[in-house]
Design a protein around this ligand. Structure first.
Ligand code: GDP
Length: 436
């Protein structure tokens, strides 16, 4: 519970073992006791006390830790409501933290990202934003603009001082610098998205090339964290795997497994369809046999995609190798493995890291954008930078240029939530799960 009266509500239902008044109880302490209703014990609990302003919401807060299970928890919730509390809306705790000024909008949004994180990298990015890294970056860009804005205002207000030339050079340098920084942030979104959603990967190959053996080798890898999802189309399964920190979303893994039934081997048509949407294609070939017509069709299919060519079954006599021009011209990433013996699998991950420059995303150093709202606003800010530059090139008066520069500040202010409408705030917090 959060709010001025939350301790009053608590007192009506909580009997601590060592009775103390609320004034005597310090913040950041835990008290042991019972939740009671009409003198009857509902559960034995621990209650944590947080006193304003030192709490998540900056308000008085308390947390009741009961035994698990639905009935008791529901009962305690009912008692809170009966004794005067209101049920929180989704995200209301975080919303209060924002409205009370403890965190900015970026940090509030990163709470959602941390909660919903599917990978370690993603959680890390969320935590970094929660710490305010992106906010700090935006604040620095804004400061850079403000420094110049001050000079512009002086030049506008006191035209008798001839500061025009200096200011023009300053404005131009500032716009350059701001644009570079914003574009870097914008670019980080692609990486951010990949971290968040996984690299959409399909495994293609003719029947018996070793698709399901490879899939199993990947999924059974010691360090793999696997989550299964229903795919977007009927009867497909997507599997989210993180191996060595590489987030892969493996598409239609069910299709690969079902191909075992001989009934529905994955045909070239199906492969074409799957390949179209993929960020990465892993094309697997049986190196113990010559390339077949079907293999060549698959090569044709992937020639414009980011693809890794796997020469499988290198434990057997080899009929094709990595020097084969028909392969090289489709993709220089060729890796020999034995899916059966699980050798060479590590090389595939290294290749993926290289292809997607994953090693270059240094989460400890760089700010990565993962939220589409931020990306859109950064795009808008970049547009505003370009507009401002255009007004300069057209030699517009300073006060006009100033208006366009203020637009950039406004776009950036929207990201951190300094100037943001109630609608947007409501929309953002509605994405929260209940009670956070
Ligand atoms: P899929 O039809 O593409 O899914 O291929 P499978 O993974 O089912 O493999 C087809 C056959 O090749 C199976 O009998 C596997 O045991 C065998 N196989 C797969 N990978 C290897 C390998 O690296 N070496 C050898 N010797 N056999 C393999």
């Amino acid at each position: 519970m959060s709010g001025e009266k939350c301790f009053e509500v608590l007192e009506k239902m909580f009997v601590p073992k060592n009775k103390k008044t609320i004034e005597e109880i310090k913040g950041y302490t835990i008290k042991y006791g019972n939740i009671v209703e009409n003198g009857e014990i509902v559960d034995e609990v621990l209650v944590s006390y947080f006193k304003a302003p030192k709490s998540y919401t900056t308000e008085n807060m308390c947390e009741i830790n009961s035994h698990g299970g639905n009935i008791v928890v529901k009962k305690i919730l009912e008692l809170c409501l009966k004794n005067g509390a209101d049920l929180a809306e989704p995200g209301e705790f975080t919303k209060r933290a924002f409205l009370n000024g403890r965190i900015d909008l970026l940090q509030a949004e990163s709470v959602i990202d941390v909660i919903n994180a599917k990978t370690e990298r993603e959680a890390k990015t969320g935590i970094k934003q929660l710490e305010g890294f992106l906010s700090k970056e935006i604040a620095e860009i804004k400061q850079e603009i403000m420094d110049v804005m001050v000079n512009i205002e002086v030049a506008i207000d006191y035209p008798e001082y001839d500061v025009d030339d200096v200011t023009n050079k300053q404005i131009s340098d500032m716009l350059d610098s701001v644009q570079i920084k914003l574009e870097k942030l914008e670019k980080s979104f692609d990486n951010g998205k990949m971290i968040k959603e996984g690299i959409k990967t399909v495994i293609v190959g003719r029947p018996n090339a070793g698709k399901s053996s490879l899939l199993n080798a990947i999924l059974k890898e010691d360090r793999a964290i696997v989550t299964q999802y229903e795919g977007t189309t009927r009867d497909t399964i997507e599997e989210f795997v993180t191996v060595n920190g590489i987030p892969l979303k493996l598409v239609d893994t069910a299709g690969i497994r079902d191909a075992k039934d001989e009934v529905e081997k994955i045909g070239i048509e199906k492969s074409r369809e799957m390949t179209r949407e993929a960020d990465l294609v892993i094309a697997i070939f049986d190196a113990s046999e010559e390339l077949t017509k079907e293999d060549l069709e698959i090569l044709e299919l992937i020639k414009n995609k980011k693809a890794i060519i796997i020469l499988n079954k290198n434990d057997l006599n080899q009929k094709i190798d990595e020097h084969d021009q028909r392969l090289i011209k489709v993709s220089p990433s060729i890796i020999k493995i034995s899916a059966l013996n699980k050798t060479g699998i590590e090389d595939i991950y290294n290749e993926i890291s290289k292809l997607f420059e994953l090693n270059e995303i240094n989460l400890d150093q760089e700010v990565v954008i993962t939220n589409i709202r931020h990306k859109n606003l950064i795009n808008k800010a970049i547009e505003s930078v370009k507009n401002a530059r255009k007004t300069m090139e057209e030699e517009m008066p300073l006060d006009i240029i100033a208006i366009f520069i203020k637009d950039i500040l406004e776009d950036l202010g929207n990201i951190t939530g300094e100037i943001v409408t109630e609608d947007i705030i409501d929309e953002i917090f509605s994405k929260f799960c209940l009670g956070k």
